[in-house]
Design a protein around this ligand. Structure first.
Ligand code: Q9C
Ligand code: ZN
Length: 351
């Protein structure tokens, strides 16, 4: 099994994030990917490879050119505001919601930061662009080998991607790797690609990117947005629009739902995947459905209460679909358990 890992991931390393008005230690850390790399090596699972660079043209089929330019230059602009910013992380504090205009991109950097983001919990750092851009390379490389005949390939990258939309970052995500993988598969000739997002949080960015398209189906199982991040998307009535009508399926579950409820939703998702007739599957694999995940935890319950045996079962159910699959790492913040849980999912493809 080929696993394309982001060797530049730790260039994106934030110390802190804003949560409920306070600075708290960042949850999205380099330790997350390192833990998985270590576990893969220790268990002898897969072949860790660095990817070739993917074309910018692939990225601009997923993201807006002006957003990519903004991300690439953001750190230099942040430092230009004040050289002392070099020791900080950049956080937006103002956003163009409702009645405010997004068609004119302001010159002011803080205003741009808000124009291109959805929350203040996603620190932008000196290495964010380099790390996120390299993540796209991993996703594209995994898609290419699956197109060439591998039954499975993995993009092991951070920061994650599924909250990032065509022109905004948020939820720790900057470049949408799952969307890049799906688009790469389409460009290589896959007639239909389906994305299954099993991160605890709804993949709002991925959904939005493909919402009006009939060539990519988006299916997501996630915490009910009425109580869970990203709050403003992920409801069951979002079924796609225009040509994309019928190509979006959300399966929101109440916070506190356990493995039985989650696996019922997975069965529904699998029915929809089969019905989509896709030539390839992209799995946005977030491991924050884990019973001890610190980010999805509230009121004494975390994720969907999944543990190693359930992650193994998830892998078996997905592998049994027997569809060429690109697995993309998304969220999951219990670093010490990420390695085991990741390996448990992937083991199913390794016969
Ligand atoms: N207690 C992904 O899993 N809220 N993003 C953090 C901390 C934001 C999660 C609250 C959660 C974003 C890719
Ligand atoms: Zn998540």
């Amino acid at each position: 099994m080929k696993i394309f890992f982001n060797e530049l991931h730790s260039t994106h390393s934030a110390r802190q994030e804003i949560y409920r008005g306070k600075m708290v230690p960042a949850f999205e850390t380099p330790a997350r990917q390192s833990a998985i790399e270590q576990a893969l090596k220790a268990r002898g699972l897969g072949e860790l490879l660095t990817p070739m660079q993917c074309d910018d043209a692939l990225l601009t089929r997923v993201h807006d050119r002006d957003y990519l330019n903004f991300l690439e230059g953001a750190w230099a602009e942040w430092i230009a505001l004040d050289p002392a910013n070099a020791d900080t992380e950049a956080f937006p504090a103002v956003w163009p919601i409702r009645t405010l205009r997004t068609d004119i991109v302001p010159d002011n950097f803080c205003a741009k930061l808000g124009r291109y983001s959805m929350d203040s919990g996603s620190p932008l750092t000196s290495g964010t662009w380099r790390a996120a851009r390299r993540g796209a390379d991993c996703a594209a490389a995994a898609a290419r080998v699956v197109h060439a005949g591998e039954p499975i390939a993995v993009a092991l990258a951070r920061p994650p991607g599924h909250h990032a939309g065509a022109d905004f970052f948020g939820g720790y995500c900057f470049i949408n790797h799952a969307a890049v993988a799906a688009q790469q598969l389409r460009d290589l000739g896959a007639a239909h690609v389906t994305i299954l997002d099993v991160d605890y949080h709804h993949g709002n960015g991925t959904q939005a990117i493909f919402y009006e398209r009939d060539d990519v189906t988006f299916i997501s199982i996630h915490g009910d947005p009425r109580t869970e991040y990203p709050f403003y998307l992920g409801h069951a009535d979002e079924q796609g629009a225009g040509a994309g009508e019928g190509f979006n399926l959300n399966l929101p579950l109440k916070h506190g739902s356990g493995p039985d409820v989650w696996f019922e939703a997975l069965d529904r998702a699998c029915d929809a995947i089969r019905a989509s007739g896709c030539d390839a599957l992209v799995v946005s694999l977030g491991l924050d459905t884990f019973a001890d995940d610190p980010v999805s935890s509230s009121a004494g319950f975390a994720g969907f209460g999944l543990r190693a045996p359930e992650f193994a079962q998830m892998g078996r159910v997905l592998a049994a679909l027997n569809i060429p699959t690109v697995v993309v790492f998304e969220g999951g913040y219990a670093s010490e358990a990420l390695g085991d849980n990741f390996v448990e999912v992937l083991r199913a493809w390794q016969v």
